[in-house]
Design a protein around this ligand. Structure first.
Ligand code: BGC
Length: 255
């Protein structure tokens, strides 16, 4: 994979899947803008890790749930590295509740962080790609739950379902501009969002029992796919979703 000379923005880039994407694209030669909201020390460590290995990375604190926050990231890419080649809408939160429990505030918060950010991240990145005249790639980190119900996780599933149609609709609209839009849909991954499940042996085994590959993913296994999809090797992939789920969505007990 060769991303030499390219500049990639990763939202929610200082932990979990985001940090793995940062590592994967930096290892492929890209300069990276690492967006974050919390734990500046983790961002500093990640920047140090990448620059120490000869790569290029800058941390930027920005709230991607507002278009103003997105604009800060695009400007940082241009100011620091002179261009933008890929924008990864990765930032996300998960708040467990059912349709009977959900409140307006919680719903709005989940939609703002997961979906609103991805809509305006796609818009602002596409505007920049068109202005640059280079084309570009938007990757949305969705979830198997963009297409698969998870009872008790209503707002999260609705937000990811919205991302599913974002990739398809924006992908169709932006194709003529040389801009690709692709969703990467992870299954269960060992990240802070799943901390509760991973800490509880019984829950973890129950989850692993539903995964044909028999284990939860390492974040790097998602990062590698994102780096591939950004690269020229994936130049004909757009307006669709690549599932990286160990087969969880097709799992069957066979009974
Ligand atoms: C969710 C996890 C869930 C996994 C598989 C992910 O998108 O964040 O909570 O375990 O999907 O269902």
């Amino acid at each position: 994979m060769d991303l030499d000379g390219e500049c990639v923005v990763v939202t929610g880039g200082n932990s979990g899947i985001g940090a793995a994407i940062v590592r994967a694209v930096a290892a492929a030669g890209a300069a990276v803008i690492i967006d974050y909201r919390a734990r500046p020390e983790d961002t500093a460590d990640l920047v140090q890790e990448i620059t120490g290995a000869g790569g290029r990375a800058v941390g930027v604190e920005a709230d991607v749930s507002t278009p103003a926050g997105i604009d800060e990231l695009v400007s940082a890419a241009v100011d620091h590295f002179g261009r933008l080649d890929a924008f990864v809408n990765n930032a996300g939160i998960e708040k467990r509740h059912s349709i009977l429990e959900v409140t307006e505030d919680t719903f709005d918060q989940v939609i703002a962080v997961n979906l609103r950010s991805a809509v305006f991240g796609t818009q602002r990145a596409a505007q920049r790609f068109i202005e640059q005249g280079t084309g570009g790639v938007v990757i949305n980190v969705s979830s198997v739950h963009e297409d698969w119900p998870m009872p008790g996780n209503l707002s999260y599933c609705v937000s990811k379902g919205g991302m599913r149609m974002l990739a398809r609709t924006a992908g169709v609209e932006l194709g003529p501009h040389g801009v690709r839009v692709v969703n990467v849909a992870p299954g269960a991954v060992n990240t802070p969002i799943n901390e509760q499940t991973m800490k509880d042996d019984a829950l973890r085994h129950k989850l692993e029992g539903t995964i044909p590959l028999g284990r939860v993913a390492d974040p790097a296994e998602i990062g590698d796919v994102v780096a591939f999809l950004i690269s020229e090797k994936a130049r004909y992939v757009t307006a669709t979703t690549v599932f990286v789920d160990g087969g969880i969505m097709q799992g069957s007990t066979g009974l």
